[in-house]
Design a protein around this ligand. Structure first.
Ligand code: T46
Length: 145
């Protein structure tokens, strides 16, 4: 995916993704098809829940991974950073996702009671793809952006 300014967000390599949403008297249904509703082939799915409101997670960036984050229940906030930009995005709509491309620093916080964060990822888990030290991140990201 090319490096570009986000749709619905302010930062490069990030975007809000609106999914199709079927809503009738029986309830809600949101279908997500790999490559159709996501800007990459989905190879891995994981979810995060049971996070205390005072805890934060993330504090890293990915070198190559593309992801879409969807808050299925409750709400949470994500602080996004690049060397020159910073933005806080709230996720609370299960019919909407947040695309995060490579080299975006992320910190998830302010999880509400019962918050569930579903993540669709473009690749298998690979610890070598993580940059977990913010100073190392800044060095690599300055060359990237
Ligand atoms: C991200 C944010 C949004 C695995 O073994 N397989 C996996 O697929 C994942 C995602 C994690 N793990 C292990 C690695 C750690 O020992 O689970 C443990 C917790 O992972 P981590 O501390 O990286 O979790 P978060 O919430 O800080 O970050 C996660 C994802 O790792 C990351 O890719 O972008 O959610």
């Amino acid at each position: 995916m090319p490096l570009k300014k986000g749709k619905g967000t302010k930062m490069y390599n990030t975007a809000r993704v609106k999914f199709k949403h079927f809503n009738d008297q029986y309830g809600h249904l949101v279908p997500i098809e790999s490559c159709v509703d996501t800007p990459f082939t989905v190879k891995r799915v994981y979810y995060i829940f049971g996070v205390e409101p005072t805890m934060s997670r993330g504090h890293h960036a990915h070198r190559r991974l593309h992801q879409v984050l969807i808050c299925l229940n409750g709400s949470l906030k994500i602080k996004l950073k690049t060397p020159d930009e910073e933005e806080i995005v709230e996720l609370k709509n299960p019919a909407e996702g947040l695309y995060l491309g490579p080299m975006i620093w992320r910190e998830m916080f302010d999880f509400s009671e019962g918050a569930i964060l579903l993540v669709l990822a473009s690749d298998s888990f690979n610890e070598d793809d993580y940059i977990r030290n913010y100073d190392f991140y800044l060095q690599e990201a300055k060359r990237f952006f």
